[in-house]
Design a protein around this ligand. Structure first.
Ligand code: PRP
Length: 231
């Protein structure tokens, strides 16, 4: 998206001015990722004091001096805001990027929020994965599950979308296995389940709107460079 002021000034000079004066907007996935992202941004001198006020009901916060805006959104909505240009930059988990499959550039692995996307279930389900049997797979991530089973394993499965506590699937007989995030592994362990196959590693990533990347190249590249130096 272009800034309101963009287009009034023509030619190269206009472009440079707009790069400097336009707000750069960040969409951060609510929760731990946002907290960690703000800490990291502080390390490169980008702060947003407004955001620290816990009593505030504001949804969009600004750093007027550096022409930056920040807002918090539900994780799965972050790639949507970035694709449509409502945010220039987003920070969200790789799981969400894969599941949402939006047209955005993934530019940086921030290295925190590390976990794994896995196929999990009771040990007894292990052999069902080896013989290409028709099985039921419960997941909060139906697109990731579909891609893994159909395109990588070439196994036809019945995918059942759940919205949370996915471990219940095999425990109560809804599904044979699940596709879910494993961090410490304690949820699986406490419920008698195990990792049966690993799909991919996950972590927090920075994504950028495709037009912003062209129009705000210098500012965004500088930001990526500075962040990379800290990782
Ligand atoms: C996630 C994930 C697992 C759990 C894994 O759930 O879906 O259930 O964390 O973490 P662990 O390996 O450290 O035990 P989340 O807490 O996000 O809630 P949800 O089940 O409602 O998705």
């Amino acid at each position: 998206m272009l800034s309101a002021g963009y287009g009034k000034k023509k030619g190269r000079i206009g472009l440079e001015m707009s790069e400097e004066t336009r707000y750069l907007t960040f969409a951060l996935g609510k929760g731990r990722l946002a907290k960690k992202t703000l800490q990291l941004l502080e390390e490169i001198g980008i702060t947003c004091e407004e955001m620290k006020d816990k009593d505030s009901r504001k949804l969009v916060f600004a750093n007027e001096e550096r022409k930056l805006r920040f807002f918090l959104a539900k994780g799965p909505d972050v790639p949507t805001y970035v694709e449509y240009g409502a945010a220039d930059i987003g920070v969200v988990g790789k799981d969400t990027i894969m599941e949402e499959n939006r047209r955005v550039y993934e530019v940086l692995d921030l290295g925190f929020g590390k976990c794994r996307m896995c196929v999990c279930g009771p040990e007894s389900a292990r052999e069902l994965l080896q013989h290409h049997e028709m099985i039921r797979v419960a997941s909060k991530y139906p697109n990731i599950a579909k891609d893994y089973f159909y395109n990588k394993k070439h196994q036809t499965v019945d995918i059942i979308k759940l919205n949370g506590s996915v471990e219940l699937g095999p425990m109560v007989g809804l599904s044979d296995v699940i596709v879910d995030i494993v961090e410490t592994g304690s949820t699986l362990k406490e419920n008698g389940l195990a990792v049966l196959e690993e799909i991919c590693p996950l972590s927090a990533r920075m994504i950028v709107n495709q037009v912003s990347m062209q129009m705000q190249t210098e500012r965004i590249r500088k930001l990526i460079y500075e962040l990379r130096e800290r990782l």
